[in-house]
Design a protein around this ligand. Sequence first.
Ligand code: HEM
Length: 467
Amino acid sequence: KHHTENGLHKFPEPPGNFFVGHILQAPSTENAIAVTSKFLDYGKTIRLRCGPAACPIIEGLVTKDYNLIEFILSSNKILTKSENYKFLRAWLRNGLLLSDGDYWKRHRKILTPAFHFEILKQFVDVFELVGDIFVKKLEKYEGMSSVDLHPLVILLTLDIISETAMGTKIDVQSGHNSHYLKSVKEICRIVIERAFSPISAFDFSFWLCKDYYKQKKALKVLHGFTSEVLNSKKGQVFEKTTKKMAFLDLLLKFSRDENVLSNDEIREEVDTFMFEGHDTTAAGICFILYCLADHPDVQAKVLQEQKALFGDEKNPAVAYSDLQNMKYLECVIKETCRLYPPVPVIGRYTTEEVNFEGYLIPKRTNIVLFIYALHRNPDFFPEPEKFRPERFENFHTSFPYAYIPFSAGARNCIGQKFAMLEMKSVISKVVRHFEVKPTQPRHELKLSVEAVLKSVNGIKVVLKKRH
Ligand code: HEM
């Protein structure tokens, strides 16, 4: 039987205030995992509202339900991002992450060939060379009682994405371009604060905040930087047998050959890569090293695999095929991304009424997909809290949406192969040079949800050089 009424009422609503709904319980970045998990004790999918129960101003769903997640991600109708992505728009404009409709479809088609493995292969040298600088930097922390990885790793991943996306070295690892780095950090901070703040969330009140001016200043730096790089390449001639081409070069070439993208459109895509391509991989790399520190047996197996590939050579010339052969490391990366998905939540917005299991979800509903909880479902992952990379050896499942660190379906991560190669290159390098150990006492993560998963108190390990 099909219900014709608002199908949202099928879903339980956790206790909230009669007049304002759940706004008083709205999570902060720091307790988002705990608060959302607690809400989801009321049901696999729950309904939250802002405003009176009888006539809420905003209603939305939060889900960890496999069926609903599969329904949404496999749908060709629910492709629009939820409203909380809007704070990123000032920076990324209509780049691939945020755009929708035919515009998104056209751009996705144009950008897809830029992630072909023949192209990615050329980036391995960048991962390796920038990774070498990273390892050198880590040497300074050897023997210390702890090193917080995140501030170091974020510089590494920014250097990598800048060279691969724009073809420009920014060398933030060596202290250059600090204004760019500062602006990236500033924008990320403001975006997150707005997403969780009832005041600056609204444009009219944001314009009265100091952060509005700070954002303006940061955007001038970020957009200015990409525009400058773009302008410097305008006259560039791309020969057939060209050397390594960054994403930007490829987009310029496609556009020149087929006149498909304007300069502004190219800039927005490159800005999107700059954002999506550094914070995510940084989170991944930090959590992987943390898990390796915690599991010396797993680390020993990773090292053994390195030795099987390169003997005792710590600085081998690593090729694309070598990275592909790091099968056990790949399981380690996958298992880490299960427990600590760098993107722990994603959101969709219905632009038309949709029918889920006979219930009508109205137009204009925001639906939050809580990947973090989905990945810890014991039905799909027995003893889900245990770190066990072996579960990904010969991993077959009839539930393709149970493990989705890169999302799934039409709007999945276009950069996932790039990300996997980068993480393999960096982690294998670190493991060849260092034994990664837990701090004493063991550093307990305090997970927070910013644009990506982070830890409020850092991600700390101890490094011991291998001889
Ligand atoms: C461990 C690293 C990464 C993770 C976990 C990750 C995860 C994701 C997820 C979950 C989405 C879907 C977002 C949504 O539905 O709102 C996404 C989309 C996207 N990612 Fe990644 N990502 C990673 C690395 C990268 C890299 C390195 C790049 C670029 C070089 C990239 C570019 C993008 C873009 C452009 C989209 C939007 C795709 C579209 O909507 O068509 N990502 N990513």
